[in-house]
Design a protein around this ligand. Structure first.
Ligand code: MF3
Ligand code: CO
Ligand code: CO
Length: 296
C-alpha cells in the first residue's frame, strides 16, 4: 500500500508493473538515482571501453593505412624475396605515413610485422627465409596512427600453390566472413566463435584455441577476448561502439601447436598448413563496420 505522502513503500507492488514487491525490484535503482549508462556498465563489468564517434574516426584512418600497406605487400610477394624484405617495406612505409609499427618491441617482438609461412600459425619473425613457389604466407600488420591502433592480416599465395593450400586459405577466409556475419547488437561474443568453429570443423579443418581476437583502441590488446570457438549465446552481449578483432587461425590438420625456441613462432604440432585472415571491426546499430575493410 502506498504511504500517506504518495511515495511507494518497500513492501508495495513495484510501480514498474513487474508484479514483484518494490524492495525486490526497482527500489535499488531508485536509490542509485540514475541507471548507469551502457558505457559505464561495460567498463565496470567487463573493462571494455566502448569507443566514441571521434575515436572510431581516428581508428578508421589507421585502418586505411593498414589495408593500404597490406595491398602493397601483396604486390611485393613473389618467389625469391625474403620475409626481411617484407619487414623493411612495412616498417618504412608505416613511418613514411606518420605511423608507428605496433609489433616492433611489443613484449620483446624484434620486427615490425609478423610473417607466417605454411605450418606457421602466427607470430612468424621476419628473417632471411626466401619465399618459394607454393608457399602460403600470412602478413599481419598493426599500425599506430595518432595514438589509434588498427590490426589486420591476410594470407597470400606465392605463385602456383597446391590444392591443399587453396583449401586452407579459402576455409580461413570464409571462417572470418562467417564470424563477422554474427556481429550485431544483442548477439554475443560466443556467437562469433560458434559460427567459425561450426563452419571450419564442418570442412574437416581445426580451429586454434591458444590465440584469439581482442579488443583494440588506444592499446594493442584490451578486453574483450574473442575466441574463435565456443557456444552459441555465451559471453558478453555485443553493443554499438565495441571495437575488436576477429582473426581465426585455421589448420588443415589438428589444432595443436608448439612455440619455437625464439619464443614467438607458433607452428602446428603436426606440421600441417595453417591460414588466417583478420579485420578490426566496430559494432554498429545494425551490425558492424570494418575499420580495416577488404573483400572476403
Ligand atoms: N597482430 C597480432 C594480433 O593480431 C599480434 C602480434 S603481436 C607481435 O593480435 F608482437 F607479434 F607483433
Ligand atoms: Co589482432
Ligand atoms: Co594482427
Amino acid at each position: 500500500m502506498a504511504s500517506d505522502d504518495g511515495s511507494v513503500g518497500r513492501n508495495d507492488d513495484c510501480p514498474c508493473g513487474s508484479g514483484l514487491k518494490f524492495k525486490r525490484c526497482c527500489m535499488n535503482k531508485a536509490q542509485q538515482g540514475v541507471v548507469p549508462d551502457v558505457a559505464e556498465l561495460y567498463l565496470r563489468n567487463y573493462r571494455i571501453k566502448l569507443k566514441t564517434a571521434q575515436e572510431i574516426a581516428g581508428m578508421k584512418v589507421a585502418g586505411r593505412l593498414v589495408i593500404d600497406t597490406l595491398r602493397k605487400v601483396e604486390e611485393l610477394i613473389k618467389p625469391g624475396i625474403t620475409t626481411n624484405d617484407i619487414n623493411r617495406f612495412v616498417h618504412d612505409y608505416t613511418i613514411k605515413n606518420g605511423a608507428v609499427p605496433a609489433p616492433l618491441n611489443y613484449r620483446g617482438f624484434p620486427k615490425s610485422v609478423c610473417t607466417s609461412i605454411n605450418e606457421v600459425i602466427c607470430h612468424g619473425i621476419p628473417s632471411d627465409r626466401r619465399l618459394i613457389e607454393g608457399d602460403i604466407i600470412n602478413v599481419d600488420v598493426t599500425s599506430i596512427l595518432n595514438g589509434y591502433y588498427a590490426d589486420a592480416n591476410m594470407t597470400f599465395f606465392v605463385g602456383k600453390c597446391s590444392e591443399e593450400a587453396h583449401k586452407i586459405v579459402n576455409v580461413a577466409r570464409e571462417s572470418l566472413k562467417r564470424g563477422l556475419a554474427m556481429v550485431k547488437p544483442d548477439n554475443t561474443i560466443g556467437d562469433i566463435g560458434w559460427a567459425i568453429q561450426e563452419y571450419a570443423e564442418g570442412m574437416g579443418c581445426s580451429v586454434v584455441r591458444e590465440f584469439i581476437g581482442h579488443g583494440i583502441g588506444k592499446s594493442f590488446h584490451e578486453p574483450p577476448d574473442v575466441p574463435h570457438f565456443g557456444r552459441r549465446g555465451s559471453g558478453v552481449t555485443l553493443v554499438p561502439g565495441m571495437v575488436f578483432t576477429v582473426e581465426p587461425m585455421i589448420n588443415i590438420g589438428k589444432r595443436f601447436l608448439r612455440v619455437l625456441d625464439d619464443e614467438w613462432t607458433a607452428v602446428t604440432r603436426d606440421g600441417s598448413l595453417s591460414a588466417q585472415f583478420e579485420q578490426t571491426i566496430v559494432v554498429t546499430e545494425n551490425g558492424y563496420e570494418s575499420i580495416t575493410p577488404y573483400e572476403l
